[in-house]
Design a protein around this ligand. Structure first.
Ligand code: F6R
Length: 614
């Protein structure tokens, strides 16, 4: 899951590539590199390997080297094949050094291709799977093919999910790019054109953005952008509507993207919710492409997702079953298709993916479609691969999320999934219209309630700082408090690198309670729901074993508050909506603890924002 970019045209510069890569850094930062085609017919490569400092180093190395720039490629790497070394950093080249390639994804059959190419005399200089693409292109170019035809012939031989961009120093103005189950878009600017893994990378440089479909090939020159299938048949370009601006993709005065995004949650939730009820008082999800008649026939639902999106899906399962009475299963995407799920035409599979590009979720959705199920994706990215492939898409409107740890997209996801649950209840008449409009009205109050939670930031920071030496954390909750506990633990793990476990509170006594002692900190979600009393008993159980207790409780709930060594208060809401508020203090706690430990919260080690490998 690397980030790739390319630019060509009179106004294109090396700086565009470096700036674009900085905005793609969330996709990986093991190394960074550019290849620049110059007017003298050479392809110059600059590569930097310095962990989270790779891009900074690249920017230094590339400074003032735009002279004679005609076109160029850039790459930020999340290593899969080959260790993190300069030789393995992209761009990769052919034997002649004239063909440059940047690539995201995995060439699954690279070993057999490499063997074949080596037997034909090609000499490899890296351990990457990517380099086979450069040499394959070289062999087709030697046969007299154009770069476009060489890319088409190569794609037909490559297995796996990937996108790549290629350039030939002999005809440097024309970049050729392609994708298969990996993100890639094209941007048209005034005097320069671009390709990139995602839109923020070229926001402010390109004005119009186009989709590329799987197994399509796009040629991008300063004068034209043309799209073809692998047989060379031309395709009309489809524009992507982009509502984000450059400012939205920048830090806006915050210390880092993660804190900015946590504080953007009132807007992310509001924007995802407003305008979803029509004048007749019905939930109206305009972008949905599934016919209400089809939704009435659904008799089983699966929700699939990874990580934070899986946790949002878990909250949704409670609401969908409660409001619609449709049996609903929840699966981790990477497990779903390997467990032989029972699906048919009356099954709806809901994929939850902020990026809309996560390979495991995309593969799960594809599997579901193959088995005849209806598919619907909840995504934050319009025109993402999953949104295009699914029968229906419901968008969260959280704006671009740059911090690797998902925050605002998570609460926006839960909001959108709740809307979807209400919509299903509406078309199937399983709730009264007045119940639906009451819940929707309460949803519209959530942004203000989130603001109230955020006011507690300084107090949460103080508690986090006081716990900077704690070595083990547990998070417990019941019912919809359970996914909140899982998400609290995940946030802490990914940015603090500390052991943190989330458990359903009732399960503690079946094993995990053995780990509880006075070194442990236990977070409990004790906001008022039907299971509050049981939750309180579970808190007592860990308290008497010496653990330090931190509670997420409703404002002024003295009974709960008296049990905590520290308490983060949140306003009361509908019990099924509570996770949207309850998770926020846990995001803030994880954030402040990671900052106190001196970690880079936007770029946690070993992680990438969009996971496009299996
Ligand atoms: C955690 C996090 C990941 C993602 C997961 C799925 O903070 O961001 O766990 O939630 O990789 O990504 P999407 O939602 O893009 O499919």
């Amino acid at each position: 899951m690397c980030g790739i970019i390319g630019s060509t045209g009179e106004a294109a510069t090396l700086n565009d590539l470096v700036e674009g890569l900085a905005r793609l850094e969330y996709r990986g930062y093991d190394s960074a590199g550019v290849a620049v085609a110059r007017a003298d017919g050479t392809l110059e490569r600059i590569r930097a390997v310095d962990g989270t400092g790779s891009l900074r180093l690249l920017a230094e190395l590339a400074k003032d080297r735009s002279d004679g720039y005609i076109a160029g490629l850039g790459h930020t790497r999340w290593a899969t094949h080959g260790r993190v070394t300069t030789d393995n950093a992209h761009p990769h080249m052919d034997c002649s050094g004239e063909v440059g390639v940047v690539h995201n994804g995995i060439v699954e059959n690279f070993r057999e291709l490499k063997e074949e190419l080596e037997q034909a005399g090609h000499v490899f200089s890296s351990q990457t799977d990517t380099e086979v693409i450069a040499h394959l292109l070289e062999s087709y170019l030697k046969d007299g093919l154009s770069l476009k035809d060489a890319v088409m012939s190569s794609v037909a031989r490559l297995r796996g999910a990937m996108s790549f961009v290629a350039i030939n120093a002999k005809d440097p103005k024309v970049m050729v790019a392609t994708k298969r189950m990996a993100p890639l878009i094209v941007g048209k600017g005034d005097k320069a054109n671009f390709v990139a893994s995602d839109i923020p990378a070229i926001l402010g440089k390109a004005d119009v953005f186009y989709q590329i479909g799987d197994d399509q090939v796009v040629t991008v020159s300063p004068e034209a952008i043309e799209l073809f299938d692998l047989a060379g048949k031309p395709f009309e370009l489809k524009e992507i509507v982009v509502e984000w601006d450059l400012e939205a993709a920048a830090r806006g005065g915050f210390r880092d993207f993660m804190s900015k995004e946590i504080f953007e949650q009132p807007n992310a939730v509001r924007d995802s919710l407003v305008g979803r009820m029509n004048a007749k008082g019905e939930i109206a999800l305009d972008e949905m492409r599934l016919d209400p008649e089809e939704l009435r026939k659904i008799n089983k639902i699966f929700i699939v997702g990874c990580g934070t999106s899986y946790h949002a899906g878990m909250v949704a399962k409670y609401a969908v079953e409660h409001w619609t009475r449709i049996p609903t299963e929840l699966d981790i995407s990477s497990e779903f298709r390997y467990r032989d799920p029972v699906l048919d035409q009356q099954t709806l599979v809901i994929g939850v993916s902020q990026s809309g590009e996560t390979l495991d979720t995309m593969a799960a959705m594809n599997e579901a479609a193959l088995l005849g199920a209806k598919t619907l994706v909840v995504s934050n990215v319009m025109g993402s691969s999953m949104a295009r492939a699914a029968d229906a898409a419901l968008y969260t409107r959280a704006g671009p999320e740059i911090g690797v740890a998902a925050t605002k997209t998570h609460t926006a996801q839960i909001s959108a999934l709740m809307l979807l649950a209400l919509y299903l209840a509406q078309v199937r008449h399983s709730l009264y219209p007045s119940e639906i409009s009451d819940i929707y009205s309460e949803m519209l109050r959530l942004p203000d309630k989130i603001d109230e939670v955020l006011v507690g930031d300084a107090a949460i920071e103080e508690v986090a700082q006081s716990m900077a030496t704690v070595k083990k954390f547990y998070f417990i909750g019941r019912h919809v408090g359970y996914p909140v506990a899982l998400e609290g633990a995940l946030k802490l793990k990914e940015i603090s690198y500390l052991p943190a476990e989330g458990y359903p509170a009732g399960e503690l006594k079946h094993g995990p309670i053995a780990m509880i002692d006075s070194d442990a900190v236990v977070f409990g979600i004790v906001t008022r729901t039907r299971l509050w009393e049981k939750m309180i008993s579970n808190i007592e159980e860990v308290r008497v074993r010496g653990a330090k207790i931190v509670l997420i409780a409703n404002n002024g709930d003295v009974e709960s508050i008296s049990l905590g060594d520290a308490v983060f208060e949140v306003p009361q809401t509908h019990p099924l909506l509570a996770p949207i508020l309850d998770v926020i203090p846990l995001q803030l706690f994880a954030y402040h603890l990671a900052v106190a430990l001196g970690h880079d919260v936007d770029r946690p080690r070993n992680l990438a924002k969009t996971v496009t490998v299996e």
